[in-house]
Design a protein around this ligand. Structure first.
Ligand code: RB5
Length: 148
């Protein structure tokens, strides 16, 4: 699967670890930055990543900031983006199996490296269950449309 990854300055420590994990699992990983400790604004990176996802059907994204909150709030503004902020493996599994999430948001200042590993491993192993969940996910997109 094609993955895009983007982080702000508060997500830079774990970016390399997360990239390496997905590469080792056989995925393509495209790094959209940031690449230094200089302060940047997380919405700019969420914006960049979501536009790539919309232009690359079937791809997935990973957004990392200090808490994962700002990235998830920004990403969920985009139609077709279902960004899930996960702090544990159960949430990561359910984000895929029930919600068919296409963006994983992580908080580097919240989750330690051991938990980050468990989260990304659970996310990578999960499968969308379809069935009754399909219509619920479709309803998410309709909610977006009814606001515009
Ligand atoms: C940056 O200081 C921090 O606010 C950002 O990384 C993120 O946690 C925002 O939600």
């Amino acid at each position: 699967m094609k993955y895009f990854i983007a982080v702000d300055h508060a997500g830079i420590q774990i970016k390399a670890y997360v990239k390496e994990f997905f590469l080792k699992k056989g995925h393509e990983v495209i790094d959209l930055g940031t690449n230094t400790n200089d302060r940047v604004d997380y919405p700019d990176f969420a914006n960049k990543l979501c536009k790539e996802l919309i232009n690359n059907e079937g791809s997935r994204g990973i957004l990392i900031c200090g808490t994962g909150l700002g990235m998830s709030m920004a990403a969920n503004k985009f139609k077709g983006i279902r960004a899930a902020l996960c702090h544990n493996e159960y949430s990561a599994t359910m984000a895929i199996s029930h919600n068919n999430a296409n963006v994983l948001c992580l908080g580097e200042r919240v989750s330690g490296l051991g938990m980050i590993h468990s989260i990304i491993n659970a996310w990578d192993s999960a499968k969308f269950q379809e069935g009754r969940h399909t219509q619920r996910v479709k309803k998410i997109d309709k909610l977006y449309m009814s606001c515009n």
